[in-house]
Design a protein around this ligand. Structure first.
Ligand SMILES: Cc1cc2nc3c(=O)[nH]c(=O)nc-3n(C[C@H](O)[C@H](O)[C@H](O)COP(=O)(O)OP(=O)(O)OC[C@H]3O[C@@H](n4cnc5c(N)ncnc54)[C@H](O)[C@@H]3O)c2cc1C
Length: 354
């Protein structure tokens, strides 16, 4: 079913605070449907699956907000994966993600329809959009959640790895909409049902180029170097402990021999050993390979949260008390300077000279 909500949605101008009032009944739990050229990112479907699960406890219906141009087909996929309603804003200027415009449009829509909750993927764009929308609506936002549930008071509890060893922190937003960004890959993509239908709300939009303070002209996606992290059956990740082994070179070699993708910890990124997009953890990627190899990483929860779904976790660290051994299935306590050359040599031998 499609309807036109008859209101004109236009940007309010950067920075304007938008009044928020609950209008729709029953209330709604929104997911921002992030897409590239009309193709939804998996995290949008992961969030819809979670939204469907949470909706009854919130007394809300799951809905998605789709901003773009020529992307209507994606609405069908959103219905198939659990959205009961899709707000579609279609405008030629939204062919590419436009930061100010998307923030204004989403905030304006939320101000008009009063969703209980807004969830976004903790992607590069999701993170910046969420912060802008929360500021415009004057509400709270929890970033990088790894779990969500509804408490006895009917508030959304947002779970994030905390500072300190092995702690998870839980937050609630005291205002509506309760906003959270969620790491891609922490929830499964729900089974789609192409027979499922919902209500498509076309939101008219008179976006004008002159109202954009900055305009996205092009978005280029880089092909990942080597084996892609998410698709890899084996991932080798390095941490700060590699400084002793002269940096990341041995990690690349080990990965080559194992046919593995390479990742690392925050210090490995800060040190410039690997690019930021290879960082694993709460602020980085989530992987679930059959084998995860951790080399010289202490096992902070910010890091381990990114690979706990792996089949077998193998760790090397010189500190027997490092928390990495609490999550590892197999481990070697030893100095990487001694252990890494041995591992590489053994693998070369096994592969007939590598
Ligand atoms: C909000 C927030 C988000 C964060 N997000 C992330 C994230 O997404 N990903 C991430 O990785 N971090 C993240 N961090 C940082 C995180 O808390 C840790 O500081 C980081 O993961 C530690 O990296 P590390 O294990 O490489 O370094 P360290 O904790 O310094 O550990 C180095 C390890 O190397 C070992 N070692 C040293 N020398 C040798 C040797 N010769 N042989 C063998 N072992 C050796 C040491 O025993 C030690 O266990 C985040 C922090 C915050 C506050």
């Amino acid at each position: 079913m499609a309807r036109d909500d008859g209101k004109f949605c236009q940007p309010t101008g950067a920075g304007n605070r938008i009044a928020f009032r609950r209008q729709n009944s029953p209330s709604e739990l929104w997911v921002w449907a992030e897409q590239r050229r009309g193709r939804l990112l998996p995290v949008s479907l992961e969030l819809l699956g979670k939204a469907r699960e949470l909706a009854p406890a919130l007394g809300a219906v799951p809905a998605a907000v789709l901003l773009g141009h020529g992307v209507e087909e994606a609405a069908g996929e959103l219905f198939a994966h659990g959205a009961e309603k899709v707000y579609l804003v279609d405008h030629p200027l939204l062919r590419l993600y436009q930061s100010d415009a998307c923030a204004d449009l989403l905030a304006r829509l939320a101000g008009e329809h009063g969703p209980e909750v807004i969830l976004l993927g903790a992607t590069t764009l999701g993170r910046e959009l969420a912060a802008r929308v929360a500021a415009r609506l004057g509400t709270g936002l929890t970033a990088h959640c790894v779990d969500l549930y509804v408490n006895e008071e009917g508030r959304l509890v947002q779970v994030v790895p905390g500072l300190g060893r092995g702690t998870l922190w839980e937050y609630v937003c005291l205002r509506n909409p309760q906003m959270a960004t969620v790491k891609p890959g922490v929830f499964p993509v729900p089974q789609g049902d192409s027979g499922r239908r919902g209500e498509l709300v076309r939101v008219p939009c008179d976006l004008r180029e002159e109202s954009l303070r900055a305009r996205t002209l092009e978005m280029a996606e880089e092909e990942p170097a080597g084996v892609s992290l998410e698709a890899a059956e084996v991932v080798v990740a390095g941490g700060w402990g590699l400084h002793a082994a002269g940096g990341f070179e041995p990690v690349w070699e080990l990965a080559r021999l194992l046919g593995a993708a390479v990742g690392g910890t925050r210090p490995a990124v800060d040190r410039g050993w690997i690019p930021e997009e290879l960082m694993i953890g709460q602020s980085g990627r989530t992987v679930s390979p059959r084998l995860f190899v951790s080399l010289g990483a202490s096992g902070a929860m910010h890091f381990t949260t990114g690979f706990l779904g792996s089949g077998v976790i193998f760790a090397v660290d010189q500190n027997a008390g490092a928390p990495i051994f609490e999550v590892a299935d197999v481990g070697i306590v030893g100095d990487l300077r001694a252990v890494l050359p041995l591992l590489i040599e053994e693998l070369r031998r096994a592969r007939g000279g590598g």
